[in-house]
Design a protein around this ligand. Sequence first.
Ligand code: FES
Length: 119
Amino acid sequence: MTTIIVCDTCDYSMLEKLHEGKTGGEILAEHVERLAADTDVKVKRQSCLMGCERHCNVAIQAEGKLTYVLGKFDPNAHSAEAVVEYAQRHIESETGQVPFKQWPQGVKGHFVARIPSLN
Ligand code: FES
């Protein structure tokens, strides 16, 4: 099962840590959780993925597959849609490597790292 890990402590913007009392990460996590609810994608929150300067950050991982770390997302529904759609393609992929042709537009330019599976 593919899990999206959303950093829930990322800043809202370059100027504001919070927006209406919530971090950008919390806002993004809420959108991702809502959109993933009807899918096979699991969502987990994590405080800090150590990419604070390029907020908001997420990681996409599954047992035995490549893990991807993505950042520089604005905390909104558009970003969340792209992340959830990409995670669905990650589920379909045998290795976790989603063909470029299948990348949602909203994840392009957001990849930070690809981490090999341990097994
Ligand atoms: S606060 Fe989100 S990566 Fe550090």
